[in-house]
Ligand binder design. Structure first.
Ligand code: ATP
Ligand code: MG
Length: 289
């Protein structure tokens, strides 16, 4: 399986069931893929240096998933090579009172990177069409009737359109988005929850509420399906990454990050002839000091 197999650009209809949660790679190839991931991490480091020096394009990497799909460890492993000065990580938690008093894209906008930098979104504004849909949270919003008085289908179709427009706007303003759905299987999630319960150093990662969300699995899958169908475009496709084999998922994500950074085609700024002459003068001065 290659990265291209995981991409959905909005052509046809996306069905979760058509995308495997495991690429079923032979375990014997684990070391090979770990090496390939390490190679990509090195590439990222070089590309990020260029991106920063160039300073004309910003990158936003978004990770969406069910619990225990590996968002945190993916961030940790895949971003291990990048210079912390050029990256920010922002986790989208339950919105604060202040956040709820604003439009739902507000906190995403507030956390966009400067051009030349990378922002990692651990969850994202997609929560506003996922958890909000599954739990019918819009019913509690303090918003005018004209914005709420419609059925679910119409309301969320409106949001998919808003998100697509927002993402086009970002693209047209010098941002590249990488939208990743870490697609973990129901059985694998169970194993990972059991591990979180059984291993004391993992206990802190588990909360009983995670089981409530697990019970809503089919509703979440439907929400993911609708969101991905509603917001995948050629410019801003979704990547549906099989997440059951962490080592393989990490490689796919590293491929996607490298591809996104390469698409920015970052270049070190070229000095003008005048600037080059200035540098040569400085060199001569320094050598005489
Ligand atoms: P971990 O994997 O460590 O548990 P997490 O990303 O699940 O990390 P939590 O603090 O457990 O972090 O969960 C954040 C919660 O906030 C999630 O359940 C998510 O659905 C919820 N959330 C995020 N954005 C929104 C939103 N706009 N409206 C309502 N809930 C949201
Ligand atoms: Mg959680």
């Amino acid at each position: 399986m290659k990265l291209g197999d995981c991409m959905f650009e909005g052509k046809g209809t996306f069905k979760v069931a058509d995308y495997p949660t495991s690429a079923k790679m032979d375990k014997a190839r684990k070391a090979e893929y770990q090496q390939l991931t390490a190679d990509n991490v090195l590439k990222m480091s070089e590309l990020q240096d260029r991106l920063y020096a160039h300073g004309v394009e910003g990158v936003v990497i978004m990770l969406q998933a069910m619990d225990a799909a590996g968002k945190d460890s993916t961030i940790k492993h895949v971003m291990s090579g990048v210079n912390p000065q050029g990256v920010s990580v922002y986790s989208f938690k339950q919105p604060s009172k202040e956040e709820l008093a604003h439009d739902y894209l507000w906190r995403a906008v507030k956390n966009l990177p400067e051009r030349g930098k990378i922002a990692l979104f651990n969850r994202s504004y997609y929560e506003d069409v996922l958890v909000v849909k599954v739990h019918n949270m819009r019913r509690g919003y303090a918003m005018p009737e004209r914005t709420l008085d419609m059925g679910d289908d119409e309301f969320f179709a409106m949001r998919y359109r808003q998100i697509t427009n927002f993402e086009d706007y970002l693209f047209e303003n010098g941002y590249r988005l990488l939208k990743i759905f870490l697609n973990v299987g129901l059985d694998e999630q169970r194993n990972r929850f059991l591990e979180r319960i059984e291993r004391p150093e993992k206990n802190w990662k588990f909360s009983a509420g995670d089981l409530d969300e697990r019970e809503l699995w089919p509703q979440y899958m439907e929400a993911f399906e609708d969101a991905i169908n509603g917001t995948s475009t050629e410019r801003n496709p979704w990547y549906i990454i099989p997440a059951d084999q962490k080592w393989f998922a990490r490689w796919l994500v590293s491929e996607a990050v490298v591809k996104t950074l390469e698409a920015c085609d970052p270049q070190y700024p070229e000095l003008s002839e005048e600037e080059k002459a200035g540098l040569a003068d400085c060199k001569a001065r320094l050598e005489a000091m």
